[in-house]
Ligand binder design. Structure first.
Ligand code: ADP
Length: 227
């Protein structure tokens, strides 16, 4: 059994930015690891995910209940585990991921009222980790950011890249629920919260990276030697 580190956060929180910084740093330190992103948009295993995000089951996130939608993302993870990184992980390797089961907790749990989320979180762990047999993460770094700031950054990224927003990305009130649900999930699962604002001021990417690195470094680089 290996080590798994997950970067999680709502869309626009800076996950991808921090994922790149973390992977670059691990490579510089000489750590042996695999980097994996979810969903695997280019693979057939993500077909149902793409249909869902494209609005083919309904144009609002609520059109698919959180349990059904979670299974779409879970089978994509299962395929990735089996084909790409499961052997490496099972032999003791370190896997660093951009999103994981944790994204179901945030984006699907957000469809439920606060009082029904704990039941959903319990089901999700049982389903993906115990029944499907996917590994549970050793460390989840949750990028906590106000929804308005995340939405602003996402709009900036969309206008720079020309990317078309999916059914999750189009809906600001859903993003706000995701932010709230992320905090519920962090509490429930014991995720390590990384604050993206300090006293109301956004933190720079390098400052956030320093915090993330200190958490990951402890886990991966034991006694100064890359393992
Ligand atoms: P995510 O993967 O969570 O959707 P990204 O890493 O793509 O988020 O970041 C969204 C946008 O915000 C990008 O344009 C990125 O360059 C910018 N960004 C990320 N982190 C910061 C930061 N700490 N300060 C300012 N802008 C940031």
């Amino acid at each position: 059994m290996g080590t798994m580190i997950v970067l999680e956060g709502i869309d626009g929180s800076g996950k991808s930015t921090q994922f790149s910084l973390l992977c670059d740093r691990l490579a510089r330190e000489g750590a042996e690891f695999m980097r994996v992103s979810f969903p695997a948009y280019g693979e057939p295993s993500s077909a149902l995910v793409r249909m869902y995000l494209d609005g083919q089951f309904g144009s609002a996130p609520d059109a698919v209940n959180p349990y059904a939608a979670s299974t779409f993302f879970a089978v994509d993870r299962f395929a990735s585990y089996k084909r790409l990184w499961g052997d490496f992980y099972d032999r003791g390797g370190t896997v660093v991921t951009d999103r994981y089961t944790t994204s179901n907790a945030i984006h699907q749990g957000a469809k439920l009222p606060h009082g029904r989320r704990a039941g959903f979180f319990g089901w999700l762990s049982e389903f993906e980790f115990n029944l499907m047999g996917l590994p549970a993460p050793d460390l989840v770094l949750y990028m906590d950011i106000p929804a308005e700031l995340a939405a602003e950054r996402r709009r900036g990224r969309e206008s720079a890249t020309g990317a078309v927003p999916d059914i999750h990305e189009r809906d600001l009130s859903y993003l706000e629920e995701c932010r709230e649900c992320g905090l519920d999930a962090a509490e429930y699962y014991g995720w390590r919260k990384v604050r993206c604002c300090d006293g109301g001021q956004p933190r720079g990417a390098d400052d956030i990276h320093t915090e993330i690195w200190s958490e990951c470094g402890k886990l991966i680089l034991r006694g100064g030697a890359a393992v």
